[in-house]
Design a protein around this ligand. Structure first.
Ligand SMILES: NC(=O)C1=CN([C@@H]2O[C@H](COP(=O)(O)OP(=O)(O)OC[C@H]3O[C@@H](n4cnc5c(N)ncnc54)[C@H](OP(=O)(O)O)[C@@H]3O)[C@@H](O)[C@H]2O)C=CC1
Ligand SMILES: O=C1O[C@H](COP(=O)(O)O)[C@@H](O)[C@H](O)[C@H]1O
Length: 510
């Protein structure tokens, strides 16, 4: 087990949604699991005026996100957690001189024996990341002579390649790359990490994991919700920036990468960068036209309930051209993946919430059984990231009786069957990793830039070309019908059910 040293966690943007909804509940889980270090303090900062107690009430004692976790727990046990929270306001501006903050950090360090180790968590609007890093640097709060200093940066990492580079170099002026942890919460998901294990701990898959056996790869990320209260942010972002550039390309990099030489952070991250750099960048407008589809949900009714269209959401422009659906077909230019198409889609207001990877294997070269080409056209490996996390393999079995009728059956594994095992939430896992100095599941600057390199031309094509269609789709359907054109001729989009266990498969007994 890795050691977690005494440390201070300073959260910038501590009055915000992310702190209350994700960070503090994750810290609480670590507290309950006794995974926090012996001496551990949280110092929240933002522009709001609050006392330590008001901050404790806000994010712990009165927090609606923690309430269900606190029920049935002893008061002094909960207070043991909340008393480690402190607050310092930044005097109305993040551009203020950080002398007072420095003094508070030193006082807490001395009083609670934190050994000079500090994580700075940037959870403010992204425009403030660079100014905060600079202010910290100006007063020497980045200095590692007396204890390590790390920075966790929230997404988005830039708005395009240029701004991502600016952000990277702005942060690197004050912190070394090894001190910077760019959080991508999908990498904290157990099933995303399991992609590495599936591939590199099983001799049965890796020999088949290439163009000789794989017909195409499909990745679906669907959410049933709309933009909820984040319309203002989302309208400046869109599906491609919000999900595809980061979470989905991270998943793609794990599917595409070559075997790393070991499990050290840089071994894995080096291979991921190579994978991202091998995605074929599409710049030809004809290719972009036939390989990309965007859409926007429109007002509709589901089971009698009226659902707002995207342009009617709060904070969204009435004539918005921001996509809530994106489907991209692309190729990977390397030895392993030549000519294997990848189909990746992400969207809001879909019939269900689901994220899955489907590896479609090639059909047998020669069909000897009557209907094997119909019902057992291909073997599929379905890696369900969420919900109902697990893996399902589709394979052909003989239907009992005369002749050789073939049906598809399911071989499956579900994480829920590991009843005794506590599956950590993504933020919890990632916070603990950073506390222990493990950057494996964090994105490196060159990964982020390689992902933008691929995404930038698509955005430019969509936003600067006059005749690019924005297809409308009703909430609760699997996106615009035109998305089928992308995959036509090779197959069809799999429309997954909410539970992998409900995936239809041949069953002799039932
Ligand atoms: N919420 C989420 O689910 C996710 C959020 N993120 C990222 O995390 C970061 C924080 O998100 P979230 O907590 O939702 O954001 P909020 O808007 O809820 O909180 C932002 C925080 O920054 C402070 N702030 C400072 N300057 C400004 C300003 N000029 N305008 C508005 N707020 C300001 C706010 O407090 P005060 O006004 O007191 O200073 C507040 O504490 C963002 O970069 C976001 O992209 C990433 C993934 C998911
Ligand atoms: O980063 C983001 O992710 C969420 C979806 O996360 P999940 O873990 O619930 O799948 C998405 O709703 C949000 O728009 C995006 O910013």
């Amino acid at each position: 087990m890795k050691k977690t040293e005494n440390q201070l966690l300073v959260i910038f943007g501590a009055s915000g949604d992310l702190t209350a909804r994700k960070l503090v509940p994750s810290l609480f889980n670590l507290y309950v699991a006794r995974q926090l270090p012996k001496n551990f303090i949280v110092l929240g900062t933002s522009r709001s005026d609050m006392t330590d107690n008001e901050f404790r009430n806000r994010v712990v004692l009165d927090s609606k996100y923690l309430k269900p976790k606190l029920e049935d727990l002893q008061k002094d046990y909960i207070e043991g957690f909340s008393n480690s929270f402190f607050y310092e306001d930044l005097g109305g501006s993040y551009n203020t001189h950080y002398g007072r903050l420095q003094k508070r950090i030193e006082d807490l360090d001395t009083k609670y024996g934190l050994d000079g180790n500090v994580i700075y968590y940037f959870s403010t609007p992204p425009t403030l990341y660079q100014p905060i890093a600079k202010r910290l640097g100006d007063v020497g709060l980045n200095n590692q002579q007396n204890g390590w200093k790390r920075v966790i940066v929230e997404k988005p990492f830039g708005y395009d390649l240029e701004t991502a580079k600016e952000l990277n170099s702005g942060l690197q002026e004050h912190f070394a790359e090894t001190q910077i942890y760019r959080i991508d919460h999908y990498l904290g998901k157990e099933t995303v990490q399991n992609l590495l294990v599936t591939r590199f701990a099983n001799t049965i898959f890796e020999p088949l994991w290439n163009r000789n056996y794989i017909h195409h790869v499909e990745v679906t990320n669907a959410e049933s919700v709309g933009v909820e209260k984040r319309g203002g942010y989302y309208d400046t972002s869109g599906a491609l920036r919000d999900m595809f550039q980061n979470h989905l390309l991270q998943i793609v990099s794990l599917i595409v990468m070559e075997p790393p030489i070991g499990d050290a952070p840089e071994d894995i991250r080096n291979e991921k960068v190579k994978a991202l750099k091998s995605l074929r960048v599409m710049t030809d407008p004809e290719v972009l036209k036939s390989h990309t589809i965007r859409g926007q949900y429109v007002g509709s009714e589901i089971k009698g309930e009226k659902i707002k269209g995207y342009r009617e959401e709060d904070g969204v422009a009435k004539d918005s051209t921001t996509e809530t659906y994106a489907a991209i077909k692309f190729f990977v230019d390397n030895w392993r993946w030549k000519d294997v198409p990848f189909y990746v889609r992400t969207a809001k207001r879909m019939p269900t919430k689901v994220t899955e990877v489907v590896i479609h294997f090639k059909s047998p070269h020669h069909h000897i059984f009557e209907n094997s080409g119909v019902n057992n056209k291909d073997n599929k490996l379905i890696i369900r990231i969420q919900p109902d996390e697990g893996i399902l393999m589709k394979f052909g079995v003989k239907v009992p009786g005369q002749g050789f009728k073939v049906e598809r059956a399911n071989l499956d594994f579900y994480y829920s069957s590991l009843a005794e095992t506590r599956v950590m939430e993504a933020y919890e896992r990632l916070l603990l990793d950073c506390m222990q100095g493990d950057a494996t599941l964090y994105a490196r600057s060159d990964e982020v830039e390689a992902a933008w390199q691929f995404v930038d031309p698509i955005l430019t094509y969509w936003n600067k070309t006059e005749d690019v269609r924005m297809y409308g789709y009703a909430a609760g359907v699997w996106g615009p019908e035109n998305a089928d054109e992308l995959i036509e001729g090779i197959g069809y989009w799999r429309n997954p059910s909410e539970n992998l266990a409900d995936d239809p498969g041949y069953c002799v007994i039932c």
